[in-house]
Design a binder for this molecule. Structure first.
Ligand SMILES: Nc1nc2c(c(=O)[nH]1)N[C@H]1C(S)=C(S)[C@@H](COP(=O)(O)OP(=O)(O)OC[C@H]3O[C@@H](n4cnc5c(=O)[nH]c(N)nc54)[C@H](O)[C@@H]3O)O[C@H]1N2
Ligand SMILES: Nc1nc2c(c(=O)[nH]1)N[C@H]1C(S)=C(S)[C@@H](COP(=O)(O)OP(=O)(O)OC[C@H]3O[C@@H](n4cnc5c(=O)[nH]c(N)nc54)[C@H](O)[C@@H]3O)O[C@H]1N2
Ligand code: SF4
Ligand SMILES: [Mo]
Length: 746
């Protein structure tokens, strides 16, 4: 008899609930869970491919250790013994900063990694913390942190109630949304249009989202901040600023107005490749819409003015009175882990950046991290604080960060490298020890982060679908073992004792917090209430019970706990988004900072860009995503590969003709840092002067174990992105708008 099980999909931020059918260990089908309170039956082709990930013969199941230059299978004990022999010695000899860590994207989608990765980082105490955030969303988090006081207070469009949705540099029809957890974006957009609403898309490529939108505007890469400034300028100039109820919660209107003064539509239009009349018309539409929301993502973050563009999107939501109101851009209230639900409501210490700087380039720390674009130079440059060892946790920086070729060389020069990964890929092939994770089916799932960006409030949990195989070790346990090693307790450290310590630290924080429902209670009593749970489940239960809807260990018996989620496998709906101002603010002023000093200072850089002129025969390179792909790591699943080649260079017919390029031909694409050979695809979807190549490809290197991916390897677009180019305030890499030249290969 087939059995039915439920599992939240871990692949992307939409977090769809899936229904799996099992025959023994074999998953026979995957569907969307119609009863899931949040995703209501939606799924995409990646979710259905979960079956193949579980069965992939290339997926690592046993640890690997380097012997005589080759990675060979070994036991868990031997793998950790090797780490104990080599890793702590490096910190002892060269200091704690000699060990760097890189956290990849799935470490946010895997609760064991998310919770215990932090435990390991605290034990390491290194300044050299890097992650995919600085090739992704850190500009939005910095802008939000400056405006609202915490890094995860991010406003999301209230899509189900809005009349006008403006999308900048995002393609949710392909990506299913990001910093916006919105399963079934396609259906929600259709519903918006059916009720008479409109969607405008701003993108240098006619993306899938642009195709279904009501209007698409080509914008030149890297010019969003100028365009958004021109919209701000127009609202002020035409007396269309209507913050309404927000007025009492906002500081900085005058400074903002002054900052936008120079950015007239006429001056900005040629920079972004739009008509000045269109910019004015958009500002008027925005002001006239009863309910509107602006949203921006990768294209607005991973570019030269990432933080300014991210900030100005929220600025426009404020100026039009759309922030924090139904149908506008609203703030979710998550059941666990949200900084904006802890501490005193309405005021806080805000965020601080630059508490330290990178050694070589002096780039400031943001959100506890240094820019990953600095990692290679920190490895290569001798001196005190040089990085000599690296631990990667669910990441593939060789393919996902700028100048991948240089980073790959730098990794070769490390004294020691450990990778926690489920594949032997372009990055983990450099490791001395690889520790495999289990498959999503063998682990539980709880989203600690994404409900903070949900289109609706909900809490859901999935227990493991399959029992782990005998030899497997959970990744949270691997991280505890690494913690034991790095704190000098060795491979034999008492893991239960360490885990109790982790739980106790968090319990103590809760009982000492005057705002917590368990304030003043005995830590030992709370620990007892959590028994017999251990590991991530114990921490999740604690966070849920002490959260804004929490049961508080008896204080609110009807409240949320892990048990309640277990009893409701399709999730608990916590309702549509509701206004949260001023309660969610954690700025020192208790206000929304509309014009933070750090950003006003960066406007000077933006102003100078108005004088720059594009052209000189160069093209600008941008990226894109495909529905059947997930960054660098699902290319090994047969179900998601095959079909037409996807890693092609899209180029406008005029640009192609000018350079003698033909569709299907080969061309050489060159930037300051590298050169790759690409397959040309001529396409009217591109803005003239802009070409597009997806990232996450380049699976043709030696020493990996990715047989399916290697058959259609594509090229690594990050061989072209320049590690010297940063959005200076956030340290995010510039991955869009890279100047390139192209020549045909005959
Ligand atoms: N040019 C360009 N570059 C980009 C982008 C772009 O748009 N353009 N996008 C950027 C963005 S948004 C991101 S998020 C980054 C992603 O950058 P990364 O996070 O560095 O790369 P991923 O491709 O997501 O690789 C994830 C790795 O985690 C492994 N993995 C998957 N599940 C698990 C698990 O459960 N446990 C463990 N231990 N490992 C697991 C996979 O095998 C893979 O090696 O790329 C960035 N790079
Ligand atoms: N299928 C699939 N889904 C994914 C992923 C995946 O790899 N595949 N990755 C996941 C991850 S980690 C993330 S972060 C999200 C990202 O999700 P999205 O932000 O939606 O990312 P993209 O689909 O790359 O869309 C970015 C768009 O920005 C445009 N663009 C480039 N430069 C500029 C610019 O300067 N200005 C403007 N206005 N537009 C520009 C590009 O042409 C592209 O259409 O997707 C997630 N979901
Ligand atoms: S949209 Fe697809 S990949 Fe994303 S969570 Fe849903 S099923 Fe998974
Ligand atoms: Mo991402």
């Amino acid at each position: 008899m087939p059995e039915t099980r439920l599992r939240i999909c871990p692949f992307c931020e939409a977090t769809c609930g899936l229904t799996l059918e099992l025959n023994g260990r074999q998953v026979t089908s995957v569907r969307g869970d119609d009863d899931d309170v949040f995703s209501k039956g939606f799924l995409c082709p990646k979710g259905a491919a979960l079956v193949e990930l579980d069965g992939d013969p290339d997926r690592l199941r046993r640890p690997l250790v380097r012997r005589d230059g080759r990675l060979v299978e070994t036991t868990w004990d031997e793998a950790f013994a090797e780490i104990e022999r080599r890793l702590p010695a490096i910190a002892q000899q060269h200091g704690k900063d000699a060990i760097a860590v890189y956290l990849g994207n799935p470490s946010v989608h895997n609760v064991g990694l998310a919770l215990y990765g932090q435990v390991f980082l605290r034990a390491l105490r290194t300044s050299n913390v890097y992650s995919a955030s600085t090739v992704d969303q850190i500009p939005k988090q910095l802008a939000s942190g400056l405006m609202y006081g915490t890094y995860t207070t991010v406003a999301v469009p209230d899509i189900d109630r809005t009349d006008l949705l403006l999308i900048f540099g995002a393609d949710p029809m392909s990506s299913n949304g990001s910093l916006w957890t919105v399963p079934d974006f396609p259906g929600r957009l259709r519903a918006l249009q059916r009720r008479g609403g409109r969607c405008l898309v701003f993108d240098p490529r006619r993306s899938r989202t642009a195709e279904v939108a009501d209007r698409h505007y080509f914008v030149r890469p890297g010019s969003d901040a100028q365009l958004l400034m021109a919209l701000v300028h127009t609202l002020f100039a035409e007396d269309l600023v209507r913050p309404g109820k927000l007025l009492e919660h906002v500081d900085g209107f005058a400074a903002l107005r002054a900052a936008a003064a120079d950015f007239t539509p006429e001056l900005v239009a040629p920079i972004c490749g739009m008509a000045a009349d269109d910019i004015v018309a958009i500002a008027r539409q925005l002001a006239a819409a009863p309910r509107a929301a602006l949203y921006g993502r990768i294209g607005t973050c991973t570019q030269e003015f990432g933080t300014l563009a991210s900030w100005l999107i929220d600025v426009l939501n404020v100026l039009t009175g759309n922030l924090d109101r139904p149908g506008g851009a609203m703030f979710p209230k998550s059941a666990a882990y949200a900084a904006n639900t802890h501490g005193e409501p309405g005021v806080g210490s805000g965020i601080r950046i630059g508490r330290r700087h990178s050694r070589v380039r002096q780039a400031p720390e943001v959100m506890g991290e240094l820019p990953v674009a600095c990692l290679a130079e920190e490895i290569e440059t001798p001196g005190v604080g040089q990085v000599r060892a690296l631990v990667t946790i669910a990441g593939n920086p060789v393919l996902s960060t700028p100048n991948g070729a240089r980073l790959s060389r730098a990794l070769e020069s490390l004294e020691f490298m450990v990778s926690l990964d489920i594949y032997l890929n372009e990055t983990s092939r450099h490791a001395d020890v690889v520790l495999p994770g289990m498959t999503p089916l063998e682990t539980s799932h709880f989203d600690a982060i994404f409900p903070q960006f949900g289109y609706r409030n909900a809490a859901r949990y999935s227990p493991p679908v399959l029992p782990p195989p005998a030899q497997a070790q959970a990744e949270w346990q691997s991280l505890l073992r690494l913690t034991g090693i790095i704190t000098g307790q060795g491979v034999q450290a008492d893991l239960d004792g360490l885990d109790d310590f982790v739980a106790m630290t968090q319990i103590q924080r809760a009982v000492g917090d005057t705002r917590s429902p368990v304030y003043g209670r005995k830590a030992a009593e709370i620990l007892e209430c959590l028994t017999p749970r251990r590991g991530p489940e114990r921490l999740i239960d604690l966070a849920l019970q002490c959260g804004p809807y929490g049961a508080g260990f008896g204080a609110n018996p009807a409240g949320v706990s892990l048990r309640l989620l277990e009893e409701n496998p399709h999730g608990i709906d916590l309702g549509e988004l509701t206004p949260r101002l001023p309660e969610l603010l954690r700025t020192p002023s208790g206000k929304i900072e509309l014009a933070p000093q750090l950003l006003l200072a960066d406007v000077e850089r933006l102003r100078r860009s108005l004088e720059a002129r594009h052209g000189n025969g160069r093209l600008q390179l941008v990226g894109r995503r495909h529905l059947r792909s997930n960054n660098s790591w699902l290319h090994n699943l047969p179900r998601l590969s095959g079909g037409r080649p996807r890693c092609t260079l899209l180029i406008h017919p005029l640009d192609a003709a000018e350079r003698g390029l033909v569709d299907g031909g080969k061309a050489s694409l060159r930037s300051r840092v590298g050169e790759v050979e690409v397959d040309v695809e001529i396409s009217e979807a591109m803005m003239p002067g802009v070409v597009s190549l997806p990232h996450g490809w380049g699976h043709d290197v030696e020493g990996t174990r990715l047989q399916v991916a290697a058959r259609s390897p594509g090229v690594n677009s990050n061989r072209l992105s320049d590690e010297a180019a940063l959005d200076v305030v956030s340290g995010n890499a510039v991955l869009n708008g890279i100047p390139v030249e192209i020549a045909t290969i005959r």
